[in-house]
Design a protein around this ligand. Structure first.
Ligand SMILES: [Zn+2]
Length: 150
């Protein structure tokens, strides 16, 4: 049985032009930049009754994004800023140290681009260990002696 409200929300599918978009609440599966498959439960979507094409509202997309943040431990913008502050880096310096393209940090700070889960772990490690950051900044690979017991 269709309510008046849901009928008012129905509109033609952009994809096939034949079906109507119907509101559904279903799990949404997406793949992160690192290739992790993540399923977000109960995402409000609109699905075409004819071709099955699904559309996410901006609100639903933000919900999926927040879920991925939690699931993969992606760095927040505040944490990224804290990294710059900790080592007194300009955005360009941070990009050079991390081996990133120009304006990448700015894109992450301003959004909507997000730091990947693996890069987030990398930056957190650098924040936790100033010596590791120093080795990275100076590219002193292999200059530290690793003591190994026989
Ligand atoms: Zn359709």
């Amino acid at each position: 049985m269709k309510t008046k409200a849901s009928a008012a929300n129905d509109h033609p599918c952009f994809e096939c032009g034949t079906g109507t978009l119907v509101s559904v609440l279903e799990p949404f599966t997406t793949r992160t930049a690192e290739g992790l498959e993540i399923t977000v439960p109960d995402v409000p979507m609109e699905r075409c009754s004819h071709c099955g094409d699904t559309v996410l509202s901006a609100e639903a997309a933000a919900m999926v994004d927040a879920w991925i943040d939690r699931a993969t431990g992606r760095l927040s913008r505040d944490e990224l800023q804290a990294f710059l502050d900790q080592y007194q880096l300009t955005q360009r310096e941070a990009e050079q140290v991390l081996g990133l393209g120009e304006k990448m940090i700015s894109r992450w700070l301003k959004g909507p681009a997000r730091v990947s889960g693996s890069m987030s772990n990398y930056i957190r490690l650098l924040m936790a260990d100033a010596q590791a950051f120093d080795i990275l900044r100076q590219r002193r690979w292999g200059s530290t002696t690793i003591q190994r017991s026989a």
